[in-house]
Design a binder for this molecule. Structure first.
Ligand code: SF4
Length: 378
């Protein structure tokens, strides 16, 4: 386990309306319920006070954290500073749905200490946004983006989604080009996955999804256009201008510790993985009692830690370090995984440079097959 400053995650489980593809823990909620939830969250945050944990990233995710009132955001930030020792230069991100923010709220967020915005745009084509069930159109997103710049945000990420119904190579390219023109610091580009329990899952047969070839073309075009525009791909689906990689998300891929607060939020702390209750009522009833909140505790065995080190670390384009593996686990990577790396290097799927092992272009296309080879029998 990598001991370092913690990442803090706060889950805000509300949305104006459920998107057709979304299986996250989120649902519409009345304003008074949102207020009551923020009050519970404050209690949970304060329960960590005595531990004096240091943190260098904070991430408000959801759901739609930007649905919180300006006052709730301010109070949550103050509470975080009371309970944790938060580094002065911490990265503090809030996910925003463009429809839920205006200049005034963005200014209030900035004033409260949020210094990074992650906009869920998904597509710059209104027809595609409507099919996804998003509540905003592209014009509304543009207004929110410029408002965020005017409010003083110098670190903005935009989430995009490819392989969505009725999308073509040219409409995806249109989205990429429009977003590149805005010069955000960070872009995430994921492919749509149809998850059980979503509207899309039930309507799969009617959806006009791009075929596999088109999807692959989109994927390659993403990398080409973004890299030509100065964005380095630092993780399979994430691109950033130099110095703007998401410090919080890098923690997940690096085995660093994080504390998740709020309904259903998961944590990795002291070598134990656990999550808060998924059930809203159970969360509210136990929000002051950290022991009662912990569900499905799993102490990571050394084997599990080694596996995660490899398959999460390999998601990063820089890959994993043999040196770090040896320092952390007291064994050589080649001894734990005899022949695995060499085999993939021979097939051109992994490459080695000094102590670093990383996915090649070809390997990125079949990354899941490679990650599976790093699972060990206990
Ligand atoms: S806004 Fe985000 S969290 Fe909310 S329903 Fe849509 S995709 Fe899910």
């Amino acid at each position: 386990m990598i001991k370092s400053k913690k990442g803090l995650y706060l889950h805000i489980p509300f949305c104006v309306k459920k998107c057709n593809y979304c299986d996250f823990l989120s649902a519409p909620a009345a304003e008074e319920d949102r207020k009551a939830y923020a009050a519970c969250l404050k209690k949970e945050i304060l329960a960590y006070r005595s531990a004096e944990y240091e943190a260098d990233t904070v991430f408000f995710g959801g759901g739609t954290p930007s649905l919180l009132s300006a006052n709730s955001i301010k109070e949550l930030m103050q509470t975080l500073h009371t309970a944790f020792i938060i580094e002065e230069t911490a990265e503090i991100t809030m996910e925003c749905n463009p429809e839920t923010v205006d200049k005034e709220k963005l200014c209030a967020m900035r004033k409260a200490g949020i210094n990074r915005i992650s906009f869920g745009l998904q597509s710059a084509v209104d027809r595609e946004l409507a099919l996804l069930g998003r509540i905003h159109n592209y014009e509304r997103f543009l207004r929110a983006y410029y408002d965020a710049r005017e409010a003083g945000f110098e670190n903005i990420s935009i989430d995009l989604m490819s392989a969505i119904p009725e999308q073509t190579e040219s409409s995806w390219e249109e989205t990429l080009k429009k977003v590149i023109d805005l010069k955000p610091e960070h872009i995430s580009a994921y492919s749509l996955i149809i998850e059980e329990g979503t509207v899309f899952y039930d309507r799969q047969k009617e959806l006009m999804l791009p075929d596999e070839d088109t999807e692959r073309q989109m994927y390659h075009r993403t990398k080409e256009l973004l890299q030509n525009a100065g964005y380095a791909r630092y993780e399979i689906s994430n691109y950033a201008r130099p110095g703007f990689e998401s410090r919080h998300n890098l923690k997940y891929w690096s085995g660093a510790e994080y504390i998740g607060m709020g309904q259903g939020a998961s944590s990795l702390l002291g070598g134990i993985r656990f999550h808060n209750p998924y059930d809203g009522r159970r969360y509210r009833e136990s929000c002051e009692n950290l022991t009662a909140l912990r569900c499905e505790e799993e102490r990571l065995t050394k084997t599990a830690q080694m596996e995660e080190f490899c398959f999460l670390g390999l998601r990063r384009m820089k890959g994993i370090s043999e040196e770090e593996f040896r320092e952390l686990f007291g064994r050589k990577l080649a001894e734990v995984y005899p022949g695995v790396v060499e085999g993939f290097v021979e097939q051109g799927l992994l490459a080695k440079q000094g102590e670093w092992i990383f996915l090649t272009e070809k390997g990125t296309d079949v990354s899941n097959r490679i990650f599976a080879e790093f699972l060990l029998d206990e």
